[in-house]
Design a protein around this ligand. Structure first.
Ligand code: MF3
Ligand code: CO
Length: 256
């Protein structure tokens, strides 16, 4: 089989290990968020991520990923950069920026993956709202993760929140099932038609990751072959969690 349409069903024991990986990701988020300030470089934020991974005995699913091999344990994407920004000591945050941090962790072979966007100092109301609506669209996608719903219900829920707020949903990038690899089939689009796609079941574990924009939904990849920026320079925000479907509904694994 080339790909599977239906997400794998995990045992409660396997989800318990993914919960541990998710907690490490949440700890990376907490410490990186606390360090975000004008004058701090994204290279420094990457080193904080490395410290948390080492302290928790976890490894990175980002470091060495893909081609060219991703060189860091976090993606740090500022302003008009949507995702996959490469951290650097030469990228220094300034007041008025926004910064999206995406990172993951592996514990005993099981993966967690999550992202957030933060304002650096003071940003205009429109940009603050971009971040808030991106988080709300993720929450709507999570709420749609119940047994019997379908993949299209998740994308529709995300998209409706964005469109109702007058924001765009980035094209060409999606969430994904996650387990013993970071990216498992199927993709979880941030757009969709209710009642379409694979049925969701208890034991599915998905990473939902809306990327919302103020302007065009088209993107360009920079010469580093990683950094994804909007085609028009409009600013973008990203939010992501790893979530399991339990008998009691969705459980976010990447929370502290
Ligand atoms: N974690 C990203 C995602 O949400 C992918 C990161 S690619 C990497 O799917 F190379 F940076 F690891
Ligand atoms: Co992801």
């Amino acid at each position: 089989m080339l790909f599977s349409r239906t997400p794998a069903v995990r045992s409660t024991a396997d989800i318990a290990v993914m919960r541990r990986a998710g907690r490490v990701v949440a700890e990376m988020h907490t410490e990186i968020r606390a360090a975000i300030a004008p004058g701090v470089s994204t290279g420094q934020l990457d080193r904080i991520g490395r410290e948390v991974l080492a302290r928790r005995g976890a490894t990175s699913n980002f470091l060495g990923y893909g081609y060219p091999p991703f060189p860091a344990v976090i993606c740090a994407s500022a302003n008009d950069m949507v995702v996959h920004g490469v951290p650097s000591d030469d990228v220094v945050l300034v007041d008025g920026d926004i910064i999206s941090i995406d990172c993951g962790a592996i514990i005993d072979g099981w993966h967690g993956d999550a992202a957030f966007t933060a304002a650096v100092g003071d940003v205009p109301d429109e940009v603050r709202r971009l971040i808030a609506v991106t988080e709300a669209s993720l929450d709507a996608g999570i709420a749609a993760m119940v047994e019997g719903n379908r993949i299209g219900d998740i994308g529709s829920a995300v998209e409706q929140v964005a469109l109702a707020a007058g924001l765009g949903v980035v094209e060409g990038y999606t969430g994904h099932a996650i387990g013993q690899a970071m990216h498992e089939d199927p993709n979880i689009p941030n757009q969709g038609t209710p009642g379409t796609g694979a049925k969701l079941r208890v034991g599915n574990v998905l990473a939902i990751e809306p990327m919302l924009v103020l302007g065009t939904t088209e993107t360009v990849v920079l010469d580093d072959e990683w950094s994804v920026v909007t085609a028009d320079g409009g600013w973008a925000a990203h939010a992501e969690h790893t979530i399991a479907i339990t008998a009691d509904g969705p459980e976010v694994l990447t929370l502290p």
